[in-house]
Every structure is written in structure tokens, then in C-alpha cells.
Design a binder for this molecule. Structure first.
Ligand code: FMN
Length: 192
């Protein structure tokens, strides 16, 4: 599949068929994430593919089903999808000096966030690869990370960045509109 075609046609999938995801596909998706760039090649993210229905139900319970604007639209699909990925990352490595007298000190104003950026890059690779294999995904940011960390036994210097159901799509949602390019990009100066 052409890269632009995959980028344009990937959608947030919130309804899944129960068909299992082959091991080979899981490996391909992990490899797609593996080749993402990261701060100083620190590769701080880790993927926990939760397949055990009991563990999956416990992780899914950490998804907040209500928010100020209503129901989390992805919650139902999490129960349907055969896999729920817990995307984790070490939060004290990317963006921090690793050697010398400044070891452990932040190296930029955004140091405490670079692991989020790196995890996002890896997951974009993964979602596009999944789409190319006919699989569906959705990013889920609304959940209780401490609860998930406890269920999956996460070390204390790691955080759960997001949850992502994975499975074969059971719907074909229309593309939500994007802002016009004239609003999103400029030449030479902001707003120019
Ligand atoms: C960081 C992040 C968090 C998200 N969290 C949720 C969520 O909690 N629940 C949900 O239903 N969708 C969630 N989404 C999916 C977005 O709503 C969706 O990607 C967006 O509406 C654009 O639709 P598209 O992915 O089909 O292009 C999240 C997406 C991102 C990038």
C-alpha cells in the first residue's frame, strides 16, 4: 500500500470482529514501531499486547466510560477487540543527559515530554502498518494509567502512555474533516 494512501485512509476503529490477530501480524506491527525514530535512539517505549481475556478485562476497566462530554466512544470496541495494547514508556531517559557531569539533567525545555513524542511516532508507524494489513486501531488517551500499571506490573520509572485495541474492523467510519492546509502550514513566518 502506498504511504499516502495508508495515511489518508487509516481511521479510528471503534467496532471490531472477534477474529484473532495472527502472531505474524503482531510481530510485523512491533517491527513497524521498532523502526520509528526516537530521542538519541533511546527507544523508551514498550508494548504490552494484552490477549488474556481476564487481564484484558481488568485493563479495559481502567477506561473511563464517562467524561464531561459523554461516553468514551472507544470503550465498547475494547471489549470486542481480541487484543488491547498497553503502550508504556520510561519517563526519565529521552531528553535527559545520559553521561558526564549533567547526567540525569534535562537537556531541553521539553525534556519531560520527549518520551510521549517518541511513543507517538512509534504508534503512528504501528497504526499505519496495521491499516496496511487490514487491521484496525484507535488511540485511547482517556483511562486511569495507575490502574493499568498495577494490572500489568509496570516498573515505577515507566508510565502507561495510551491504550490501543487491535483487531479486524467491523465498521468503515467516514473520515472526520481536517482543517484546511492554509490554517495548518505557513511559509517563512507564522501566519504568513
Ligand atoms: C492522543 C489521542 C487520544 C485519543 N483518545 C481517544 C479516546 O479516549 N477515545 C476515543 O474514542 N478516541 C480517541 N482518540 C481518537 C481520535 O478521536 C481520532 O483519531 C480523531 O477523531 C480523528 O479520527 P481518525 O483517527 O479516524 O482520523 C484519540 C486520538 C489521539 C491521537
Amino acid at each position: 500500500m502506498d504511504v499516502m494512501e495508508a495515511i489518508r485512509n487509516r481511521r479510528a476503529i471503534r467496532r471490531y470482529r472477534p477474529d484473532p490477530v495472527p502472531e505474524e501480524a503482531i510481530k510485523t506491527l512491533a517491527e513497524a514501531a521498532q523502526w520509528a525514530p526516537s530521542w538519541s535512539n533511546t527507544q523508551t517505549w514498550r508494548l504490552v499486547f494484552v490477549r488474556d481475556p481476564e487481564v484484558k478485562a481488568k485493563v479495559a476497566a481502567a477506561i473511563m466510560t464517562t467524561n464531561p462530554t459523554g461516553i468514551n466512544r472507544a470503550a465498547r470496541g475494547v471489549g470486542e477487540a481480541p487484543i488491547l495494547i498497553a503502550v508504556c514508556a520510561q519517563n526519565d531517559l529521552a531528553g535527559f543527559y545520559r553521561d558526564g557531569p549533567r547526567q540525569g539533567m534535562p537537556s531541553t525545555d521539553k525534556s519531560e515530554y520527549w518520551y510521549m513524542f517518541d511513543a507517538g511516532l512509534a504508534m503512528q508507524n504501528l497504526t499505519l502498518a496495521a491499516h496496511a494489513l487490514g487491521l484496525g486501531t484507535v488511540h485511547i488517551g482517556m483511562f486511569n494509567p495507575a490502574e493499568v500499571a498495577k494490572v500489568i506490573g509496570l516498573p515505577s520509572n515507566f508510565v502507561v502512555v495510551e491504550l490501543m485495541p487491535l483487531g479486524y474492523p467491523d465498521h468503515n467510519p467516514p473520515a472526520p474533516k481536517r482543517k484546511d492546509l492554509s490554517e495548518l502550514m505557513f511559509f517563512d513566518k507564522y501566519g504568513g
